[in-house]
Design a protein around this ligand. Structure first.
Ligand SMILES: [Cu+2]
Length: 132
C-alpha cells in the first residue's frame, strides 16, 4: 500500500513538472489563434468579432494561420499583418507562423490591417486590438 502511494506521488510530481514546463512555454506571451482567411477576413479564435482583447503592455503570441488569396504576390505573400501603432508590418505567406508582440501601454482601440491586395474582402480586412 505504501509503495502504491509513493508511485502516486511520483506521478503527481511528474504532472507538476509538465505543468511548469507548459507555463514556461507561454512566457513569450498569451497564445491567441488568428486566421487570415481566403475571404479577406481575420478571425480571432473564441471571439465573434475580429478583436483581440489585451491588457496594457501584455505580451501576446499570435498563432497566425494564413489561407490562400486570389492574388498572391510574387514572393508568396497572401496577406499582411500590419499594426502601425506597434510598428508591425508582417508579410504573411500561406501556412501558420508565430507573431510575438507587446500590446501598447495606453488603453484604446488599435487597428490591424491587411495591406496587400488579397482579393474579395480586402478593403475591409481589418482587425482590432482592444487594450483595456
Ligand atoms: Cu488580406
Amino acid at each position: 500500500m505504501h509503495f502504491v502511494a509513493q508511485r502516486a506521488l511520483k506521478f503527481l510530481a511528474l504532472l507538476a513538472a509538465l505543468a511548469a514546463g507548459a507555463a514556461a512555454a507561454s512566457a513569450q506571451g498569451r497564445l491567441v489563434k488568428v486566421t487570415a482567411g481566403s475571404d479577406g477576413k481575420f478571425v480571432v479564435a473564441g471571439q465573434r468579432k475580429p478583436v483581440i482583447v489585451a491588457k496594457p503592455g501584455e505580451s501576446l503570441l499570435l498563432l497566425m494561420t494564413s489561407k490562400a488569396s486570389d492574388t498572391p504576390q510574387a514572393d508568396g505573400t497572401v496577406h499582411t499583418f500590419t499594426a502601425p501603432a506597434m510598428g508591425l508590418d508582417v508579410r504573411l505567406k500561406e501556412g501558420t507562423r508565430k507573431i510575438a508582440f507587446k500590446a501598447p501601454k495606453k488603453p484604446g482601440m488599435y487597428a490591424i490591417v491587411c495591406l496587400t491586395p488579397c482579393g474579395k474582402g480586402h478593403d475591409s480586412m481589418v482587425m482590432k486590438l482592444h487594450v483595456k
